[in-house]
Write a protein that binds this ligand. Structure first.
Ligand SMILES: [Zn+2]
Length: 94
């Protein structure tokens, strides 16, 4: 298990399609793919845009939440709004 250097929480690294490692929260979630919504990492390293689902059904894919969006230390330091836009910028580079 890996730990976030900022907050010490458990994280996992998902290898993205272009070979980078994305730190994510270790708990998988369900995502309903949509044209708009949050950005999540699928287990295969692909980026999934969509909304979180409360329960599993045939529409959902398993995804992981990128940790830089949820890290309490990073969010506290830079302000939540700013961090959200940074997260989107980082995700565009993938
Ligand atoms: Zn953290």
């Amino acid at each position: 298990m890996n730990f976030c250097k900022n907050c010490g929480n458990d994280i996992i690294f998902i290898r993205t399609a272009n070979g980078n490692s994305m730190p994510c929260d270790p708990k998988p979630i369900w995502v309903i793919p949509r044209d708009e919504g949050g950005k999540f990492m699928a287990q295969n390293g692909k980026l999934v845009t969509g909304i979180r689902a409360a329960a599993q059904d045939e529409r959902v894919v398993v995804g992981f939440v990128p940790h830089f969006g949820t890290c309490p230390t990073i969010n506290k330091k830079s302000g939540r709004k700013k961090q959200a836009s940074n997260a989107n910028e980082q995700l565009r580079l993938i």
